[in-house]
Unconditional design. Structure first.
Length: 320
C-alpha cells in the first residue's frame, strides 16, 4: 500500500515558526532563530514531507527555506495573497499563527505548488546585498526629500547623512559587481543579460539574485512567476480587463525600468511598443507587454546561452 503523502504548512513570523500537518490536529512551534530552525528542520526530516509550504514574509522565511532545501526537503515559498484567497474560498476566515499553518498545509495538499530550486550561497548573498541596496536607496530618497524643507539647525546633519548613505551605496554596488565576477556561471549569465540593449547592472543583478529559475522554465511559467502574465477576468459574455498581480515585486520593479529604457534604445522592444500604441493600446498596457516580452527574451537567452543580436528574438521567441 502506498504511503500517504505528508504536506506541511509553516507560518513564519519574526519570532516564531508555527508548523502544522494537513489532516492532522497536531501543531508545533519553534523559535525563528538559529537554534529553533535547527530543531524545526530535524523534526521535519523525521516526518519526510512530500512538500513544505510557507508564505513570503519579507525575508523572515529565508533562513528556514534555505535550511530545508539544504536538508533536501521540498519547499515552496508562495504569495500571501494566493493563500488568503484560498482561505476565503475554503471559509477559513479566522486568523492565528497556528490556523494559518493549517491553511498553508491544506493549500499545499490541494494545489501542490512547485518547490523552488536550491539557491547557492552566493545567490543568497547577492539577494542580501540587493535588499540592502534597496533599503539605502529608500533612505537616500527620504533624506533628500527632507533636505528641501529642512530648517538650518538640521540641514547639515541631513547633508552628512546623505553623504554617508551615498558612500555606503557605492560600496554595496562595488561588492555586488565583485560577487558576480567571482563566479564563472554568474559572470557568464551577467554577460548574456547585459548584452541586451536596455538591460543594465540593476536588472541583471536582480535577476541573478532574485530569479534563479531564469532559463530553467518555459515562457509562461517564468512570466507567471514574476507576475507579468496577464490574468483573465471573464464571466459569461463579460470580458474584463486583463491585469497582473502577485509574483516577485522586486524583479517586476527592475524589469519595469529596463523595459522603459528598452522602448527607446532596444529596436525590437521599441518596434513592439510603438506597434501596440498604433493599435490603440494604452501606454501602460503596452509597457507591461514590453516587460513580458523582455523577460521572455532574457529567459530564452539564458536557456540557450546566447548573447544578443538583432534577429535573436525572432529566432528564439516567436513574435506575438
Amino acid at each position: 500500500m502506498e504511503k500517504a503523502k505528508v504536506y506541511i504548512g509553516v507560518d513564519v513570523s519574526k519570532a516564531t515558526l508555527d508548523a502544522a500537518v494537513h489532516s492532522s490536529p497536531k501543531k508545533w512551534q519553534f523559535s525563528n532563530d538559529e537554534a529553533g530552525i535547527d530543531r524545526a528542520v530535524g523534526f521535519l526530516v523525521e516526518l519526510a514531507p512530500h512538500l513544505v509550504v510557507m508564505e513570503a514574509t519579507g525575508g523572515y522565511e529565508t533562513p528556514l527555506a534555505y535550511a530545508l532545501r539544504t536538508a533536501g526537503i521540498p519547499c515552496a515559498v508562495v504569495n500571501p495573497r494566493e493563500v488568503r484567497d484560498f482561505a476565503k474560498a475554503t471559509k477559513k476566515l479566522a486568523k492565528t499563527d497556528s490556523l494559518d499553518a493549517q491553511v498553508l498545509a491544506h493549500f499545499a495538499a490541494v494545489l501542490e505548488p512547485a518547490p523552488q530550486p536550491m539557491s547557492s550561497e552566493q545567490t543568497e548573498e547577492l539577494g542580501a546585498l540587493l535588499a540592502r541596496r534597496r533599503q539605502v536607496i529608500e533612505m537616500l530618497t527620504a533624506e533628500k526629500n527632507r533636505l528641501h524643507s529642512a530648517r538650518k539647525p538640521v540641514k547639515e546633519a541631513i547633508k552628512a547623512h546623505i553623504t554617508y548613505l551615498e558612500s555606503e551605496l557605492g560600496e554595496i554596488e562595488t561588492n555586488l559587481e565583485g560577487r558576480i565576477q567571482e563566479s564563472p556561471v554568474q559572470r557568464m549569465k551577467d554577460k548574456i543579460l547585459r548584452s541586451v540593449p536596455g538591460v543594465g547592472p540593476t536588472l541583471s543583478t536582480t535577476l541573478l539574485a532574485d530569479l534563479p529559475e531564469l532559463g530553467s522554465l518555459d515562457r509562461r511559467q517564468i512570466a507567471a512567476l514574476v507576475g507579468v502574465a496577464p490574468l483573465n477576468r471573464d464571466s459569461g459574455t463579460f470580458r474584463g480587463k486583463r491585469s497582473i498581480w502577485g509574483g516577485r515585486g522586486q524583479v517586476r520593479a527592475a524589469l519595469y525600468m529596463a523595459a522603459l529604457v528598452a522602448t527607446r534604445f532596444n529596436p525590437v522592444i521599441a518596434n513592439f511598443y510603438h506597434r501596440l500604441l498604433a493599435s490603440g493600446k494604452a501606454k501602460k498596457v503596452a509597457l507591461i507587454a514590453c516587460m513580458h516580452k523582455l523577460l521572455v527574451i532574457l529567459n530564452a537567452m539564458i536557456k540557450h546561452r546566447t548573447t544578443w543580436h538583432s534577429s535573436l528574438p525572432e529566432a528564439l521567441v516567436p513574435c506575438p
